[in-house]
Design a protein around this ligand. Structure first.
Ligand SMILES: Cc1cc2nc3c(=O)[nH]c(=O)nc-3n(C[C@H](O)[C@H](O)[C@H](O)COP(=O)(O)O)c2cc1C
Length: 187
């Protein structure tokens, strides 16, 4: 069977980022079962502007939409900044709302932060509002994330490795089940 293709989006623009380290770990560890493409243009994506007509979309936005469209699933891994999602990641999502690209798209989220509750809630709410498929088993909140990653970017916490494995397993299951149903948001 063909490996599912998953677009991975890190919410951090930092070079030595905790979120990017987690995504790199996933890419390497699950290489046999998953084709993970890490999006690397977050920092250069233009700001969302509702005045820009669909016919005049910037090239960067068209490229990103194509990546989302051609992926079997999308994996977000993000820090929390000032009790919310990083602005750069919110910008990615704002560009997609009108296009309904996330409707029934299998997604998984990992929030890797000091605490991260607000970003976790917010990203869950946003993605279910835009009708993604996001079962609870595809959501992971990693508290104290920096302490679980070494300076070289490896995961040093075995419990975290096991939790990541579960989330990725759930994402693959959502993709392969072929259920075309959006998840309802539950508080
Ligand atoms: C400007 C700024 C604001 C932050 N605000 C929060 C916050 O509100 N809640 C939280 O849990 N962590 C907060 N943090 C900590 C980051 O979430 C944490 O250090 C994370 O691991 C950084 O991820 P990154 O290396 O992928 O950018 C903040 C960090 C920065 C730089």
């Amino acid at each position: 069977m063909k490996k599912p293709k998953v677009l991975a989006i890190s919410g951090s623009t930092k070079q030595q980022s905790t979120s990017l380290s987690i995504l790199s770990y996933i890419k390497e560890t699950f290489n046999d079962t998953l084709e993970l493409v890490i999006y690397n243009k977050l920092a250069s994506l233009p700001h969302f502007n509702p005045d820009i007509k669909e016919a005049d979309l910037p090239q960067e936005v068209k490229e990103l939409r194509e990546l989302i469209l051609s992926a079997d699933g999308v994996l977000f891994c993000t820090p929390e900044y000032v009790f919310s999602l990083p602005g750069s990641l919110k910008n990615v999502i704002e560009w997609q709302v009108a296009a309904t690209l996330f409707s029934a798209k299998p997604v998984a989220i990992i929030v890797a932060a000091a605490s991260g509750d607000a970003a976790f809630e917010s990203l869950s709410l946003i993605l279910t509002t835009i009708e993604a498929q996001l079962p609870n088993s595809s959501k992971l909140l990693v508290k104290g994330a920096k302490g679980k990653i070494s300076a070289e970017g490896s995961i040093t916490d075995h419990a975290l490795e096991a939790e990541i494995k579960k989330v990725i397993g759930s994402l693959i299951q959502t993709i392969t089940s072929g259920a075309n149903v959006a998840t309802k948001y539950m508080d």
